[in-house]
Design a protein around this ligand. Structure first.
Ligand SMILES: NC(=O)N[C@@H](CC(=O)O)C(=O)O
Ligand SMILES: [Zn+2]
Ligand SMILES: [Zn+2]
Length: 398
């Protein structure tokens, strides 16, 4: 079953060169494809240089700038999966109860570290959950710890575990946002209005108009990441803010699927997340943005595991689990767009550059070899169904 939109690859960009191969591959008539100009000296090559004839893409190890690790048994199940791929991740604070201050963030960080195998290097970058009653002192304490990098705005009622979120940003949170500017903490936003009278497909656009645009005028020095963008409107907003203070993360689901995937052959709860998938024109705008080479778009999986039974229910909850397969999914999207040479910037360079953190020094290699995504992963006593479950992918991590 093909749930994703099928997109024909466009012509290879100028930085790709296809050269006739030598030796073994000349005899077999295959060609060598080389991707150049990446920080890790990335190459995709097929033919003479790879004796096994498999294309490989080596990039600086990526980070995940938007990740839900949950807690308890669920945390123990999914944290090693992210740590097996990503070097760092921005950890979302929408636990029950939410992570609203430094001591909660440090305790959560400890639980994450305990959930990891001792031989992996993984750095959780912590965030605070903004509420109507967050104080300037909360922000100072968090910033001084060096372990909290950002504060997350959930408009109350906009998404999973957002009930404790902000009800009135301009009325209740301005002093705290000013303190964030002083302390150099970023504001990460779930960029949708929670107003249930606004059409669900318009909530991102209305958020840009009613919250982000005025916020930029009031606090131009506040660094903002618009998380999991889904629309052409969001792409334009990010592109039009050229002062280096606004960026966006993009998920694999919003690059590979449009809203048809929610209803393909029947209701598909595992393709339901918030912001909800949008129409094809928006998906194409996102693909164009991430493959444009712009520094202001970077990888954030929004991997958000929910127990299978909580998704396959009369009221299924929002969130798509993608952590272990996210990098191959992104590679698929970039390859479909003929822009594999832009994957490294998006996955590994733009994020740390925007956050003001060092780039990773080690590398990750992807190989082009078809495989099938598992139908489920263990999740505490139960299971979680990943994005693309049971479907084929062309890329995998070596
Ligand atoms: N994306 C989602 O649909 N769900 C996320 C919350 C969020 O990122 O909005 C979750 O925590 O489940
Ligand atoms: Zn969100
Ligand atoms: Zn999220």
């Amino acid at each position: 079953m093909m749930l994703h939109a099928v997109v024909k690859p466009r012509a290879l960009p100028a930085s790709f060169s296809i050269v006739p191969s030598e030796g073994l591959c000349q005899r077999s008539g295959t060609r060598r494809l080389v991707v150049m100009n990446t920080a890790a000296g990335a190459v995709v090559e097929e033919g003479s240089r790879q004796k096994d004839g498999i294309q490989r893409l080596t990039i600086v190890q990526p980070d995940d700038w938007h990740l839900h690790l949950r807690d308890g048994d669920g945390l123990n199940a999914v944290a090693p999966l992210s740590a097996g791929v990503f070097r760092r991740a921005i950890i979302m604070p929408n636990l029950k109860p939410p992570v609203t201050n430094l001591s909660a963030a440090l305790a959560y960080r400890d639980r994450i570290m305990k959930a990891l195998p001792s031989n992996v290097e993984f750095e959780p970058l912590m965030t605070l959950y903004l509420t109507d009653v967050t104080t300037r002192q909360d922000i100072k304490d968090a910033s001084e710890s060096g372990l909290v990098k950002a504060v997350k705005l959930y408009p109350a009622g906009a998404t999973t575990n957002s009930q404790a979120g902000v009800t009135d940003l301009f009325g209740k949170c301005m002093p705290v946002l000013e303190e964030m500017v002083e302390q150099g903490l970023l504001l990460l936003v779930h960029g949708e209005v929670a107003d249930q009278t606004v059409d669900i497909f318009d909530r991102e656009k209305v958020f840009i108009e009613t919250v982000l645009t005025p916020l930029r005028k009031k606090l131009p020095k506040l660094k903002i990441v618009m998380e999991h963008i889904t629309t052409e409107d969001a792409v334009q907003f990010v592109e039009s803010n050229t002062d280096g203070m606004v960026a966006a993360t993009v998920t694999p689901q919003h690059l590979l699927m449009n809203r048809n995937a929610l209803f393909q052959g029947g209701l598909q709860p595992h393709n339901y997340c918030l912001p909800v998938l949008k129409r094809e024109t928006h998906r194409r705008a996102l693909v164009a943005a991430v493959t444009s080479g712009s520094k202001r778009f970077f990888l954030g999986t929004d991997s958000a595991p929910h127990e299978r039974s909580a998704k396959e229910a009369s009221c299924g909850c929002a969130g798509i689990f993608s952590a272990p397969i996210a990098l191959p999914l992104y590679a698929e999207a970039f390859e479909q767009a003929g822009a594999l040479d832009k994957l490294e910037g998006f996955a590994s360079l733009n994020g740390p550059d925007f956050y003001g953190l060092p780039r990773n020094s080690n590398t990750t290699t992807l190989i082009r070899k078809s495989w099938h995504v598992p139908k489920e992963y263990g999740f505490g006593p139960g299971a979680v169904v990943p994005m693309w479950a049971g479907q084929a992918l062309n890329w995998n991590i070596e």
